[in-house]
Design a protein around this ligand. Structure first.
Ligand code: PLP
Ligand code: COI
Length: 364
């Protein structure tokens, strides 16, 4: 999809009241995930005559009328990507255009306006440059960027909003899972599905996450970290986790990831791993994989490793799959292929390896 809307023109208003340096240092020393935010944000407004009021400005609450459409009908989409600080102090973002393109696809599905990819990337550049001191260094830390768009029209009629807000915020990030690289446990949801044919599973709309929460809650109640969803028609094919794609490593060295059926989110990490694994000589198959193949494959030793991937989760090994009445274990330690792929991805992101595919975008 190509953007035809004209690029946005951003103005800049810097904060006169930044977070004190000591507080920022405290946050950067132990960033966690998604709880602290930087000094600035980007906002822009769309009305049927186009985008306007695009601005980098001090981070602040948004005032919303109780009748704002998004609060009622969830016409909202978001993205997630990260800025990484390298050892030489430079700051780079991973495949921002891919996120901008996915946001276009999400917008089209949710009847939201087209935001030109170049403006998406420019918004990220402006924010990361203004808040460069917020990009942590060391370990696997990063600045998590959260672009989002929502129906901000004050109207209770059910139709695409005639006023929409685009916003980008940033949050220093450490590991998404408290366990770091240790394997996480997955609960197989049998009562709930995430996405149906013709639905919104392939796009990053807010409602997908709202609908996954009760299943995620069930996962936690069963001592698991994340929930795995099967397809909504046959309840047989493995789709993905609530916020991550899946990969399976076979004993013969081949790697399989569920093919994109229209109800699975097109993860940018998933896509990158297909390339990185092939670069390393692995045979990567995108095909349907049934839940029986997962369970039986682990039991027979045919499947040796399973991992989840995503911007927030990077590459996270899966140690155990549990369901009502049973479980299989893939092992308490990350497997060698999982570790190899994880390191390959992180080495590109942190500039320790050659960026053979031109994925890294320098910002500062
Ligand atoms: N699947 C879902 C449902 C997600 O929310 C995410 C996270 O963005 C992913 C997969 C992984 O996508 P990406 O690698 O682009 O972060
Ligand atoms: C991401 O990986 O960026 C996600 O959006 C997953 C989750 C935090 C919603």
């Amino acid at each position: 999809m190509t953007a035809t809307a004209p690029a946005l023109e951003f103005s800049t208003t810097l904060t006169s009241n930044p977070v004190p340096v000591e507080r920022r240092s405290q946050v950067l020393a132990n960033p966690g995930f998604g709880t602290n935010f930087t000094d600035h944000m980007v906002t822009a407004t769309w009305t049927p005559d186009g985008w306007h009021d695009a601005e980098l400005r001090p981070y602040a609450p948004l005032a919303l009328d109780p009748a704002t459409a998004v609060l009622h009908y969830a016409q909202a989409i978001f993205e997630g990507l990260k800025a990484y600080r390298r050892d030489d102090g430079s700051i780079w973002v991973f495949r921002p255009r891919a996120n901008g393109e996915r946001m276009l696809r999400s917008a089209a599905r949710m009847a939201l306006p087209e935001l030109p990819v170049e403006s998406f990337v420019e918004a990220i550049e402006l924010l990361v440059r203004a808040d460069a001191d917020w990009v942590p260094s060391g370990g696997e830390t990063s600045l998590y960027l959260r672009p989002f768009m929502f129906a901000s029209e004050v109207f209770l009629g059910v139709r695409p909003a005639k006023q929409v807000t685009f916003c980008v915020i940033a949050s220093p990030a450490g590991a998404y899972f408290a366990s770091g690289v240790q394997p996480v446990d997955i609960w197989l949801s049998s009562d709930y599905t995430r996405a149906a044919p013709g639905g919104t599973g392939a796009v990053k709309c807010a409602g997908n996450y709202a609908a996954s929460l009760v299943a995620q809650q069930e996962a936690i109640e069963h001592g698991c970290d994340q929930v795995c969803f099967l397809d909504a028609v046959e309840r047989k094919w493995v789709e993905e986790l609530g916020g991550m794609n899946l990969y399976f490593v076979h004993a013969n060295g081949s790697i399989v990831t569920p093919e994109l059926t229209g109800s699975i989110l097109e993860g940018i990490t998933r896509d990158s791993i297909i390339t990185l694994a092939a670069d390393r000589g692995y045979k990567v198959d995108e095909r349907r994989i049934s839940i029986d193949e997962w369970r039986d494959g682990v039991a027979s030793g045919d499947i040796t490793e399973v991992f989840a991937c995503g911007t927030a989760a990077v590459v996270t090994p899966i140690g155990r799959l549990a369901w009502e009445g049973g479980e299989v274990s893939m092992g308490a330690e990350p497997g060698p292929v999982t570790q190899e792929i994880r390191a390959a991805l992180l080495d590109v992101q942190y500039g320790r390896a050659d960026d053979a595919h031109g994925w890294m975008h320098r910002i500062a």
